[in-house]
Structure formats: structure tokens, C-alpha cells
Design a protein around this ligand. Structure first.
Ligand code: 5RP
Length: 222
């Protein structure tokens, strides 16, 4: 199977997971990226069985609308029963690095409002220790250099993601060479730096269920 086929296989598994719980008033939380796109495309067939979705990015909102799935503001909705999203890395505790697509802040907000976070990923995303993927940090633009200096003090090699502006009008710094031993503590430590909007560690609120796809099939992990 190709990596795209694996992404579609885990998206299909997540569809099977949520399908029995879709009602006329159900609003789903939807993530961002190529794996989340596979889920959105499959969700289109079920559009008449639920109310709509909250999206974690403008890109996902646009894709949902193209499939005639209604998109709601999170403030109109409150909590969502499921949040379905991909990851850049995921460990055995279902802690993740996310934000490769620069959508980390909205992803973290929708995830925080979800009752069940379903992560969908191909097996290349599974790691023993988080950090080989450069950890994204969203920053208020005027704080970028200050935050970068603070990240160096923590042992990271911060690189400004040139030309990228987040949906919130902010900038991204990617932390290279930053292996993470305690994701929960590091998530809180990074968020305490003045000027940081949020960071791509999803550990305080990790995933509840992981569908991981490899050539032998899709595994459901909790
Ligand atoms: C976007 C994300 C994505 O979930 C993450 O980058 C995985 O993307 P893909 O499914 O394309 O590999 O966090 O900000």
C-alpha cells in the first residue's frame, strides 16, 4: 500500500468509529492536513446524517463546504463529541507533535472542546520519543526573536518558517534538534514563554484513540 492508501485506510476506520454516533444535531470537530482531508472526503457520503462540522483551519473549512457540509464557528457549538485529525508524530501514550501544516492553535482549541480525540495516521508517524519532527511554535510576530532566544536556552535550534502566516495572523518557529523526554512538562514550559500562542505538543490533551495504518492493516490503539 502507498502512504496515500494508508491515510485513506485510517480515515475509513475513523468513519466506521463515528458513524453509529451521528445524529441530526451532531457537529464534528475536523482537523487539518492530508490525512484529515481523506476523512473529510469520506465524510461527504454521510453529510445527510449529521448537522455539520467545526474546522481547525480555513483550508479544512473550505474543503468541507465544497462537499456541502455545513461549517460552524466553535463559539456557536460549545463541545464536539469527536475531533478527528492527523499528526506529525505520535508516541505510545498518544502524545503528539502537530502543526506541520501551521494549524496547531486552532487544532488544539477544537481538540480541547472534544469529548473524544481520534488521531489518524500512517505508521511512519509512530515514534518512541517525540522530537525528530521539528516542533512548531506559533508566535505573535513582534515576539519572534525573543521567543527564539528563549527556545535556544531550552536546547532547541529554532528556525523561522519563512513566508507562512497562520490563520490567526501569527508566525511559526520550528524547533529542530529538540528531542522531548517529558512532553506534558515541555508543552507547559513552552506555553509559558511570553509571546508564544501555543506549541505543537499535544500531550496535556493527547489523543484518546489512534488508528494507525501499515501494510498489514489498521490497528486501533487507546
Ligand atoms: C497540521 C497538522 C497535521 O495534522 C499534521 O501536519 C499531519 O498532516 P498530514 O496528515 O498531512 O501528514 O498538525 O497543522
Amino acid at each position: 500500500m502507498t502512504q496515500d492508501e494508508l491515510k485513506d485506510a485510517v480515515a475509513a476506520a475513523a468513519i466506521d468509529e463515528v458513524r453509529p454516533y451521528l445524529y441530526r444535531d451532531t457537529v464534528l470537530g475536523i482537523g487539518t492536513g492530508s490525512t484529515a482531508n481523506c476523512f473529510i472526503d469520506r465524510l461527504a457520503e454521510l453529510r445527510d446524517s449529521f448537522k455539520g462540522a467545526v474546522a481547525s483551519s480555513e483550508a479544512s473549512a473550505e474543503r468541507l463546504r465544497r462537499h456541502d457540509i455545513a461549517v460552524f464557528e466553535l463559539n456557536e457549538v460549545g463541545s464536539v463529541p469527536f475531533y478527528i485529525d492527523g499528526a506529525d508524530e505520535v508516541n505510545a501514550h498518544l502524545h503528539m507533535i502537530k502543526g506541520g501544516g501551521a494549524a496547531l492553535t486552532r487544532e488544539k482549541i477544537v481538540a480541547a472542546c472534544s469529548e473524544l480525540f481520534i488521531c489518524i495516521a500512517d505508521a511512519s508517524k509512530r515514534v518512541a520519543r517525540l522530537g525528530a519532527f521539528p516542533l512548531p511554535v506559533e508566535v505573535i510576530p513582534m515576539a519572534r526573536s525573543y521567543v527564539a532566544r528563549e527556545l535556544v536556552k531550552l536546547g532547541a535550534d529554532p528556525v523561522y518558517r519563512q513566508g507562512v502566516v497562520t490563520d490567526n495572523g501569527n508566525q511559526i518557529i520550528d524547533c529542530f534538534d529538540f528531542m522531548i523526554d517529558d512532553p506534558v512538562a515541555m508543552e507547559a514550559r513552552l506555553n509559558a514563554i511570553v509571546g508564544v500562542v501555543t506549541n505543537g505538543l499535544f500531550a496535556a490533551r493527547g489523543a484518546d484513540v489512534l488508528f494507525l495504518g501499515d501494510t498489514s492493516g489498521v490497528e486501533r490503539l487507546t
